[in-house]
Design a protein around this ligand. Structure first.
Ligand SMILES: C[S@@+](CC[C@H](N)C(=O)[O-])C[C@H]1O[C@@H](n2cnc3c(N)ncnc32)[C@H](O)[C@@H]1O
Length: 276
């Protein structure tokens, strides 16, 4: 049986230090990413080594050294124990994803949400993933649907580089294409139209909704991610409804799925909207 982190560190850390300890971590491939509060900074190597001891699969332990920021939504990481590298191979529902979680945005916590959306894709659909990162959504849709084509657009050149490598790793180049650049510039150039558009940029997806609507076929579906203050669901839907009306479109049906919390009082929601 695996020992709990707190039990491993009992006797090494004082009782008051143990009170600050955050026991959870995200496991991205063989890399554990944890939060070490400032009160325990001087103990970070010991904590990292204890995390290594909790699971043989873990080869690198990194701590979050700041917040997600900027257009690319990246987060600084600092290695506290194990091998000195930040690249890892993560496997999600059989999809292989090479990733450096400091250079590109990638959240392991969204794996089942990506699978949920991929399972909704119908045979023959043309699917667009705006803000596609290292291509987890395009590759999940590729694996779990019979979509006709899948397109991803991502502005971070490093994430785009990983996406190209991941297409190869998953032998998906025939059906999935990825483009590097600002979606507002790349999408109009592609001149495509899509049955389904996935918009996983909760900080700004509403801004890009008019652009998405231009490329969405009649009767198509949008999956729009949004940070919603708890209790304000109708406001979010109202904003989506207004954007559709302005574009001369109409939301025929919508459902909301809560897929994670960001801070107390805010949840990450996906609005699945069928648009006439
Ligand atoms: C929240 S991350 C999601 C990444 C990926 N879809 C995933 O699920 O791991 C949003 C991504 O959008 C990219 N991005 C931000 N603004 C963009 C824009 N205007 N055009 C294209 N990509 C953009 C960021 O670089 C980042 O990789």
């Amino acid at each position: 049986m695996r020992m709990k982190l707190k039990d491993l560190l009992r006797g090494t850390l004082s009782d008051s230090e143990l009170d600050y300890l955050i026991q959870s971590y995200d496991l991205v491939g063989d890399m554990a990413i944890t939060i070490i509060p400032p009160e325990l900074s001087h103990r970070q190597r010991l904590i990292g080594e204890a995390i290594l001891a909790t699971n043989k699969r873990i080869k690198v332990v990194a701590k979050r050294d700041g917040l997600h920021h900027g257009e690319f939504r990246t987060i600084p990481l600092k290695i506290v124990a194990g091998e000195q590298r930040k690249e890892t191979l993560h496997v999600e529902f059989g999809v292989r994803l090479l990733v450096n979680p400091e250079q590109v945005y990638f959240s392991v916590r969204s794996g089942s949400e990506r699978k949920r959306v991929a399972d909704l894709v119908l045979p023959g659909e043309d699917v667009l993933v705006m803000f596609s990162g290292v291509a987890p959504y395009p590759l999940m849709v590729n694996r779990f649907s019979r979509a006709a084509s899948i397109v991803g657009i991502e502005s971070n050149p490093l994430a785009h580089g990983y996406a190209l490598r991941n297409l190869k790793l998953n032998r998906a180049e025939d059906r999935v294409s990825v483009f590097c650049g600002d979606v507002a510039e790349v999408l109009p150039r592609l001149e495509g139209s899509y049955h389904r558009i996935i918009m996983p940029l909760p900080t700004a997806s509403l801004e890009y909704l008019p652009l998405a609507l231009n490329s969405l076929r009649s009767g198509g579906t949008i999956h729009l991610y949004y940070f919603r203050p708890t209790g304000s669901v109708n406001n979010s839907l109202l904003a989506i409804d207004n954007a559709c009306r302005t574009a001369g479109r109409k939301v025929a049906h919508s459902t909301e799925t809560t897929c994670g919390h960001t801070s107390p009082g805010t949840s990450r929601s996906c609005f699945d909207c069928l648009i006439e």
